[in-house]
Design a protein around this ligand. Structure first.
Ligand SMILES: Nc1ncnc2c1ncn2[C@@H]1O[C@H](COP(=O)(O)OP(=O)(O)OP(=O)(O)O)[C@@H](O)[C@H]1O
Ligand SMILES: [Mg+2]
Length: 260
């Protein structure tokens, strides 16, 4: 049994099939990438898996349990965490506070203990802070812990969002274009970071347009085009698939090396 099984997932917007009958699995320690041209349905698929959209058809099975349509915070409690294509960090908070904000989903908290500032609450805050510092170090941002997120570079914010997602202690992490807008050096850092998270036993679902990164890091690739899965398999197979090359390069494509 896989950690995540997506079964025949689909959704329509105003009669348009944005995603249709998409199935795949994800497992601990593996990176499954979802690729496809702009508008193929990748983010919509992530939105359904992470509870942002309620699927119109199909099922999301996490740990053998049907979690289709559960709210994002309920899925977070079950170990699903994500980042967003359009950054969703708190710009008016420091880097450290952003990561600490991601932590509350992974721990049991008592509002009363927090209100009364009980020792248990203070202890938990200290622990949360320590973990947040460790996560900032892991993504190479320990030096900017006290800096306002609004002052950080785009590349740093992308990594900050990953640290915040990790703070919830996920077993399944969805990354929607973590390297978008990053330069070559920053992309290399993201590459190493994803490999490190994956080797720690987290199952990773990745949406990314940087094909060099995708081909290098993925165990398995799912290719969407117009909301439909047109191919899946290991990078070496998918990059040579005629349907995939056509989807990316058009019907007269003869450059089979374009996908790496
Ligand atoms: N909330 C929505 N309402 C209406 N249509 C939507 C909505 N969300 C997505 N769509 C449509 O669904 C299709 C898939 O969009 P989606 O954002 O999932 O593509 P994508 O593969 O993530 O593209 P990109 O690579 O550009 O990020 C598009 O036609 C988009 O316009
Ligand atoms: Mg998208």
């Amino acid at each position: 049994m896989s950690l995540l099984s997506v079964e025949n997932l689909g959704i329509d917007f105003g009669g348009v099939r944005a995603v249709d009958a998409v199935s795949f699995d994800a497992d601990p320690g593996k990176v499954v990438s979802v690729i496809g041209p702009n508008g193929a349905g990748k983010t919509t698929l992530f939105n359904m898996v992470s509870g942002v959209y309620r699927p119109g058809r199909g099922k999301v099975i996490l740990d053998g349990k049907d979690v289709t349509g559960l709210a994002p915070h309920r899925l977070a409690e079950r170990g699903l965490s994500r980042t967003f294509q359009n950054l969703q960090v708190y710009l008016h908070m420091t880097a450290l506070e952003n990561v600490m904000a991601g932590r509350h989903l992974g721990e049991r908290c008592s509002v009363l203990a927090d209100l009364l500032n009980l020792p248990s609450s203070r202890r938990r805050t200290r622990q949360t802070e320590e973990i947040a510092h460790r996560l900032l170090a892991m993504v190479g941002l320990e030096k900017v812990a006290p800096i306002m997120a609004s002052s950080l570079s785009y590349g740093a914010l992308k990594r900050l969002e990953i640290a915040r997602a990790l703070a919830a202690n996920p077993r399944l992490l969805l990354l929607d274009e973590p390297a978008a807008g990053c330069n070559a050096v920053e992309t290399e850092e993201i590459d190493k970071l994803i490999a490190e998270i994956s080797s720690g036993g987290v199952a990773i679902l990745l949406v990314e347009h940087d094909m060099k990164l995708v081909m290098k890091i993925s165990s398995h690739i799912v290719v969407l085009d117009h909301g439909v899965k047109i191919a899946e398999g290991p990078p070496a197979t998918v990059s040579k698939d005629a349907k995939v090359i056509e989807a990316y390069l058009g019907p007269h494509a003869d450059d089979a090396h374009a996908l790496g």
